[in-house]
Design a protein. Structure first.
Length: 327
């Protein structure tokens, strides 16, 4: 048996209940993992609210780290006793232990602790595919400007550091002076307080009127239209989240009028659909974290039973960096 956070109806944080569930043994292609820490992500909010619909009852959570307790038939890259971490479908990480597909689970290097492993997998792999695999048609070179919304969040602070290492000039937006300072501290070349500044005007000022080659936008409805106005001709708009709500339908002809722009909607789980791709991306992430190039900042820790408060804080924009749940 295991404690787990489960919902039986979509809605607010109050829908999440701490329950006892039977875990069992792994089948072919599966493992059983006992968590030492679980990650908290905005996708969990989308699934809890029903924006991203899943069958009910639903056990939440997409990210965790712990120790492999049992290995099913056909699993060769993990062994009992391995330290492991993952960002994976299906949901279910908010628990003490679980049986899950092994494909997206990787061995966690000894130099990386469980809290860091749980905090960094989904967010770090997201930053990896954004900066390395979601690039404009003209490419990205050292010195190029990119715009990254929510730069003081978990993905944002990783992206700030990684972009600096790649020689990119990341312009970050964040809500408030303290969050802007945090983005700058972690490698953003410029920070814009969207509460008090027009980020389109500031981007044009910073780039000498040219605009940026790419915008990385996890905010959605509130920033999408203005983000397009920040792009230079042939620029790329990368939408990868809906923190303010889904992007409404828009007239595709406007992309031509704004400079023959490109728009894409990305999701991590397309990029890590195979074990080989998952391992390749994880190795890249482990390398930059292990070298100290990217530091994983964990600013909030909650007990598993306090997950409702964790969701309230996340939705109220009270968090910075990464958050973890402790079983």
């Amino acid at each position: 048996m295991s404690r787990a956070i489960q919902i039986t109806a979509f809605g607010g944080p109050e829908q999440m209940k701490l329950v006892e569930v039977e875990v069992g043994d792994p089948g072919p292609g599966e493992i059983r993992i006992r968590h030492q820490a679980c990650g908290l992500n905005f996708i969990d909010v989308y699934q809890r609210s029903g924006l991203y619909s899943n069958p009910l009852p639903l056990q939440l959570g997409m990210e965790g780290a712990g120790v492999v307790e049992a290995v099913g038939e056909g699993v060769s890259h993990l062994r009992v006793g391995d330290r492991a971490a993952y960002a994976a479908n299906p949901p279910g990480a908010y628990c003490d232990s679980r049986v899950m597909p092994a494909r997206q689970v990787v061995r966690l290097p000894d130099a990386i602790d469980f809290d860091t492993g749980a905090a960094m997998m989904l967010k770090g792999l997201t930053a990896q595919y954004l900066l390395k695999r979601s690039r404009p048609v003209q490419g990205l070179e050292a010195g190029d400007f990119v715009l990254f919304h929510a730069a003081a969040g978990g993905v944002g602070l990783i992206a700030c550091q990684w972009a600096r290492a790649l020689g990119l000039q990341l312009i970050g937006t964040a809500g408030g002076a303290a969050k802007c300072a945090l983005a700058l501290e972690h490698g953003a070349a410029h920070a814009i307080d969207y509460r008090s500044e027009d980020f389109v005007a500031r981007v044009k000022e910073i780039t000498g009127g040219r605009g940026v080659k790419v915008v990385y936008d996890s905010i959605g409805k509130d920033t999408f239209d203005k983000s397009l106005d920040c792009l230079r001709p042939f620029g790329l708009m990368v939408s990868f989240g809906n923190a303010s709500g889904p992007v409404p339908p828009f007239a595709i002809g406007g992309l031509g009028n704004k400079g023959s722009l490109y728009v894409t909607r990305q999701t991590l789980f397309t990029h890590i659909a195979t074990r080989e791709a998952t391992q390749e991306m994880a190795d890249d992430l482990f390398a930059v974290v292990g070298s100290g190039t990217v530091k994983i900042r964990i600013d909030q820790r909650y007990a598993l039973a306090d997950v409702a408060q964790a969701h309230r804080d996340l939705e109220a924009r009270k968090t910075t960096g990464c958050s973890v749940l402790t079983p």
